[in-house]
Design a protein around this ligand. Structure first.
Ligand code: WTA
Length: 646
């Protein structure tokens, strides 16, 4: 963590535009119905109530799910900061995703429309997903997989990836999904850490036209892991792959004798039993295995999907993330399936074969809710407005963003070009560790570009100093949450000491490393990771603010800002700039960009150094890895790069 950690962050970005909801949105929102049932018609008053009645709120949410046995106690803070939710309850999240829909009309509804990288499509109903999940669960049972076993899933974004996740959880086994683009070493380290017995993979797949040989990579990884007993291979591309006798088995062979009416009952799990381990990068050392449990996670993912995305029966919902990161877990698989919505699953990349691929997918499937990332938006902005303009996006009614602060410029572009100047954007702040969205508007609240706005019900978010004291409105500090929530991680797998740092870095609060401010109107603006904060002449600047200024210049597509040691100023700003198509690097342009920062944010933030670059190191989920850029720039060790893309 940065040595600057215990100082305030100065806020240099000011944003005055506010977009209120329409009366129609307010009247029809899922959250309005719930608020009314509690006697409220206004969010802020309801939010205050929720802080004082958090157990009532979460009981209400949990009661909308199916439990094999009810919980006896909503929350228990046993040995601080370890805690439990829905104590004594028995549940299986997969029962809530599939089985209970078999008794309603959802049974015949499409669960997923899938589109492959090359344009092929398939759709699967809830009933078919139920059948395939049961069959695979039986196959896995035949391989000896049982409650508590760890299973690594290393697959492309295909329907079988979802079937695999659900089949594992159905048995009460623990999945660890590894993004199907990670290298062999990343897969190996995760298998070793989780002590997985089984890998489920595919022969290979295409992404952006490029072939990824998953089975080959998985073989390399498995060769160095002592715990793997079997490898199940789904034949997605009909590639010839080596199969190791006794260890490897084709998915189709495993299921050859498993009839379609096979039912493997969902394992009744304790609320606090493990559901999954998902690895996320730490700045040093090995990746952290974030542990999520069945009960609280199910309730959190369900409630946030329902309220933030305002899911209705006839929606077509598309989250562009990959199942290999937490957004895919909570908002491609579990949350949406629990609500019974129809979703889109897309295997390809945003700009292949053309920069309108996403807009074409959204048009053809008549997508109504689109949840994507700032990096996706910025990446497509650079190709120009003509690409989305080719498509009929009139079915869309709600937009979402996650993963990074969304620069006001990108926010406005998103609203204008994708949201036909009227759609609300849910800028959702959360983390792998939080399991579900914590700070986000709902469809009934006013929006401000670049701000995740307000905490969701019961979430006691604050911006504090090093003593966990509120810094007050308009001041920068550390973004913290004061009380646990159901979907929160329970520990770091095999490393509880590392879990403690989240609760012990600042006294008595959950702190996971972001800097933020709350402005005079109460809007929360996340400024980025504390590690990425730059300190110039005693002022702490969020990397996001400098980057936002540059992204608002017409020539600029993407930017990374880092701090470099400076004898005079402590640190000075260096920026790496990717230009939009049609712009060429030049000294004049560099000068113009610096002037642009001076006029939009002020002299303090003007980059001393500006370098044009064709690309930036990013995580697989699209976050710019400023830590890696800084280390390279300063000739320091880069630390854990297992999540680095490319
Ligand atoms: C950042 C992704 C600003 C933040 C779900 C957080 C955001 C980290 C936002 C977690 C947002 C995510 N505004 N920053 N709306 N969403 N972040 O674990 O720094 O991949 O701590 O989870 O992403 O990233 P993770």
């Amino acid at each position: 963590m940065s040595s600057n950690l215990f100082e305030d962050t100065d806020s240099i970005l000011s944003e005055e535009r506010i977009f209120p909801p329409t009366q129609e949105m307010v009247d029809n929102a899922n959250i309005t119905a719930y608020m009314k049932s509690k006697g409220f018609d206004e969010y802020e008053a309801f939010y205050k109530w929720s802080l004082e009645n958090r157990y009532e709120y979460w009981d209400d949410m949990a009661k909308e799910l199916h439990w094999f046995e009810p919980w006896q106690k909503t929350f228990e803070w046993t040995e601080k900061p370890f805690f439990k939710w829905f104590v004594g309850g028995k549940i299986n999240i997969v029962y809530n995703c599939l089985d209970r829909h078999m008794e309603t009309d959802v049974r015949h509804k499409v669960a997923f429309h899938w589109e492959g990288d090359g344009g092929e499509t398939r759709s699967i109903t809830y009933e078919q997903l139920y059948v395939e999940t049961n069959r695979l669960a039986k196959g896995l049972q035949n391989l000896g997989i049982k409650k508590g076993d760890r299973v690594a899933i290393y697959m492309p974004a295909i329907l079988e990836q979802i079937v695999a996740v659900l089949a594992v959880a159905r048995l009460g086994a623990v999945h660890t999904v590894v993004f199907g683009g990670f290298a062999a070493s990343a897969l190996r380290d995760r298998i070793i850490d989780a002590e997985a017995k089984l890998v489920i993979t595919a022969d290979g797949n295409h992404r952006g036209g490029k072939l990824i040989k998953l089975k080959q990579i998985s073989d390399e990884a498995v060769a160095e892991t002592p715990t793997i007993e079997h490898v199940v291979v789904y034949n997605h591309q009909q590639l010839e792959v080596p199969m190791k006798e006794g260890r490897d088995i084709y998915w189709n062979d495993l299921l050859a004798d498993v009839p379609a009416d096979t039912v493997v009952p969902c394992e009744p799990m304790d609320s606090e039993d493990l559901l999954y381990i998902l690895y996320t990068s730490g700045s040093t050392g090995k990746p952290k295995g974030v542990v999520h449990v069945q009960g609280g996670y199910a309730v959190g993912a369900y409630a946030t999907t329902k309220f933030v995305f305002d899911i209705k029966d006839d929606d077509i919902y598309w989250c562009t993330a990959d199942v290999g990161w937490v957004t895919g877990h909570s908002y491609i698989i579990y949350g949406p399936l629990m609500t019974g919505v129809t979703s889109v699953l897309f295997e390809g990349t945003p700009a292949y074969p053309n920069p309108d691929r996403w807009w074409s997918v959204a048009e053809r499937f008549k997508v109504t809710i689109l949840y994507t990332s700032p990096t996706g938006i910025r990446g497509l902005m650079r190709f120009g407005e003509e690409w989305p303009a080719k498509h009929d996006l009139s079915h869309l009614r709600l937009l979402g963003s996650v993963g990074e602060p969304i620069n006001p410029e990108a926010w406005m572009w998103y609203r204008h070009n994708i949201g036909h100047d009227e759609l609300p954007i849910m800028d959702t702040w959360w983390q792998t560790e939080t399991g579900s969205i914590l700070i986000s508007p709902t469809i009934i609240q006013p929006l401000k570009p670049g701000s995740a706005t307000r905490p969701l019900p019961t979430i006691e978010a604050d911006v504090v100093d090093k003593n966990s004291k509120s810094v007050g409105l308009g001041k920068g500090g550390f973004l913290v949450i004061r009380h646990p929530w159901p979907s929160q991680m329970r520990t770091i797998y095999g490393d509880p000491a590392r879990y403690l740092t989240y609760w012990e870095t600042l006294p008595n609060v959950y702190f996971a490393g972001d800097a933020a401010t709350i402005d005079k109107q109460g809007f929360i603006r996340v400024q980025g990771r504390v590690d990425d904060v730059i300190k110039v002449s005693g002022h702490r600047l969020g990397s996001m603010e400098i980057e936002s200024s540059l992204v608002s210049h017409p020539a600029v597509a993407e930017v990374a800002a880092i701090g470099k040691p400076d004898e005079l100023k402590g640190e000075h700003v260096k920026v790496f700039v990717i230009l939009k198509n049609g712009f060429e690097p030049s000294d004049e342009l560099a000068k113009e960009l610096k002037l642009h920062v001076r006029t939009t944010v002020g002299a303090l933030a003007v980059p001393e150094e500006l370098e044009f670059t064709p690309s930036l190191p990013k995580t697989r989920s699209g976050k710019i890895m400023r830590r890696v850029i800084r280390a390279k720039e300063l000739g320091e060790p880069v630390g854990d790069t297992s999540t680095l893309d490319g």
